[in-house]
Design a protein around this ligand. Structure first.
Ligand SMILES: Cc1cc2nc3c(=O)[nH]c(=O)nc-3n(C[C@H](O)[C@H](O)[C@H](O)COP(=O)(O)OP(=O)(O)OC[C@H]3O[C@@H](n4cnc5c(N)ncnc54)[C@H](O)[C@@H]3O)c2cc1C
Length: 83
């Protein structure tokens, strides 16, 4: 039986982890090395967190503009602490 192709991928961001999954599905023996957080910039600091903040900002703006829609909304608080 032929040896499996061995692949080492450095970095578990959106570049690295899909490559690791793809290579494993193609039958390779894959090692993924990640020095910090799996998911990389996009999942942990970039795309996803910024979209979450953007959505929160949109909700705040809707609350501020609520009287335009005939809704009086007072007394809300912004709290970005852990939920
Ligand atoms: C604020 C912000 C918002 C963004 N929004 C979007 C968006 O909406 N849409 C979009 O398409 N893109 C967005 N991006 C860009 C997106 O995050 C990057 O294009 C993407 O993360 C690049 O992926 P990558 O795998 O090449 O690198 P990274 O995600 O940076 O992953 C590299 C990984 O390698 C690891 N690593 C580095 N050196 C080593 C080492 N020596 N040993 C082991 N591990 C190592 C790192 O810890 C990291 O986890 C945004 C970026 C930022 C900063």
């Amino acid at each position: 039986m032929a040896d499996k192709t061995r692949i080492t991928i450095i970095g578990g961001g959106v570049g690295g982890y899909p490559a690791a999954i793809r290579a494993a599905r193609m039958g390779a023996d894959v090692t993924l090395i990640e020095k910090d957080a799996l998911g990389g910039t996009c999942l942990n600091w970039g795309c996803i967190p910024t979209k979450s903040l953007l959505q929160s900002a949109g909700v705040i703006q809707t609350l501020k503009d609520s009287e335009v829609f005939g809704v009086k909304c007072k007394g809300y608080e912004v709290d970005f602490g852990p939920s």
